[in-house]
Design a protein around this ligand. Structure first.
Ligand code: RNT
Ligand code: ZN
Length: 417
């Protein structure tokens, strides 16, 4: 018996004493689908050669080895999957990751065929694809997209949204896994606006037009992502939380909660339970804000654990689309993916090992002393041993062994770019 297995047997016993079946927890984790964002691989650059990143988001750092095209990006993702367990994942791509064979295809002319390479690649690996229209890093996005007062520009972006939903539908049909197409726009004002209503009315009308095309929810569902502010739009963002939540509830769309899109002490873990009283599904952008919406690599912090606990305790896992959203250009990009993805899975596994019934019983009986005592003791329970055993039995490196593999990949592949 390996040390990993020995540790697991002890952990299993400890959890069993609380009434928790760790084998079942691991099986549940097998079903978990994480939507891995392609944009960590190239600092949200995309393949349009449009120049610099805009729209109030920033990737800082200049670590060597960034993927320069679809082949390299997919090669990096393939490497990622050698160190991340699970066979039920998806890749989240953006419209700017279209591959047009050198042809200049405008965003309002995009078609499914421009993503065929992604589809073929995903199909071979049994992966799903999620999608995002790209409302940033474009000459016509500088003064607003779906809120633009210039009707021609707004039309351009409406058409982009319509095209993207068709592409999402194609993904769903081709891959047999429903695509989530997520709408996020950076539109807003640097300084204090006089009319806060008009841009939001335009945004609403634009979404109405985009969603007027009927698409079978078997293949594609849409989400709207809110944000409190962005760099350059510090005073006002049209797509605020209230705007997006209201729109999603009224129009039967998904809401996307990004962990970095709220005031610094406001957490999305406390929003999930309310959302499920009014909506059937939810999209999460698991991210990590540091002082501002800085999209740092997801670490195993209190909020990540709290998000995972909410999903497990409320039995919301199967109704929640968990996507990652961070972009760090200052460290090895494949390692960044690995850290964020492994942490997210580890947080969910730890939550699955929680004796939820016991904790709820304490709470319902008003025994808050036991509730607090047990929650604190649980922090010391050996969920890491369960995670290590999970990695071992699912054929990926245990603990930091994954790092050596990524370092080797950096030497063999990334450093030669
Ligand atoms: C930006 C949003 C959005 C983007 C991606 C690239 O603040 O979080 O989700 O990060 O679409
Ligand atoms: Zn996001």
């Amino acid at each position: 018996m390996s040390n990993i297995e020995k540790s697991y047997q002890l952990a299993k016993e400890a959890y069993a004493a609380l009434g928790v079946d760790t084998d079942k927890a691991m099986q549940a984790l097998d079903n978990l689908s994480i939507s891995i964002h392609c944009w960590q691989g190239d600092d949200v650059a995309g393949f349009e050669n449009a120049g610099s990143l805009s729209g109030g988001i920033q990737a800082t750092g200049n670590y060597p080895g960034k993927a320069r095209n679809g082949e390299e990006l997919r090669q990096d993702l393939d490497k990622l999957f050698t160190v991340v367990p699970g066979k039920n994942h998806k890749i989240n791509i953006h419209a700017i990751y279209a591959e047009t064979d050198g042809e200049n295809v405008s965003r309002d002319e995009l078609q499914p065929k421009h993503f065929q390479k992604w589809v073929d690649w995903a199909k071979e690996r049994g992966l799903g694809l999620d999608f995002n229209p790209s409302y940033f890093s474009h000459p016509l996005s500088e003064n607003g997209t779906l809120t633009n007062k210039d009707e021609n520009i707004r039309k351009f972006w409406i058409e982009h949204g319509k095209r993207c939903r068709k592409i999402g539908e194609y993904f769903g049909k081709e891959l047999g896994k429903k695509c989530v197409t997520n709408f996020w726009i950076p539109d807003g004002y640097k300084d204090i606006p006089v009319d806060r209503y008009a841009p939001r009315a335009l945004y609403k009308d634009s979404l109405d037009q985009i969603f007027a095309d009927k698409i079978d929810s078997k293949y594609n569902v849409d989400a709207v992502e809110s944000k409190v502010f962005g760099i350059g739009v510090e005073s006002y963002t049209a797509g605020s939380h209230e705007f997006c939540m209201g729109y999603a509830i009224k129009n039967n769309k998904l809401l996307c909660l990004d962990a970095g899109h709220f005031h610094p002490t406001e957490v999305i873990s406390n929003k999930i339970s309310s959302i499920f009283l009014y909506m059937d599904e939810l999209l999460l952008h698991v991210s990590r804000p540091v002082r501002w919406d800085s999209d740092h690599v997801v670490i195993l912090d209190d909020e990540l654990n709290a998000i995972a606990q909410e999903l497990v305790r409320g039995d919301f896992l199967s109704k929640t689309h968990i996507a990652l959203d961070f972009f760090d250009a200052s460290i090895n990009r494949v390692a960044a993916w690995a850290i964020g993805t492994r942490n997210t899975m580890k947080a969910v596994l730890t939550a699955l090992c929680e004796p939820t019934q016991m904790l709820k019983k304490f709470e319902n009986e008003g025994d808050f002393t036991s509730r607090l005592a047990m929650l604190e003791e649980l922090k010391g329970y050996p969920s890491s041993a369960v995670w290590d055993y999970y990695c071992e039995t699912r054929g990926v490196p245990v603990r930091e062994a994954w790092l050596a593999e990524i370092k080797q990949y950096e030497k063999d592949v990334l450093s030669k770019r």
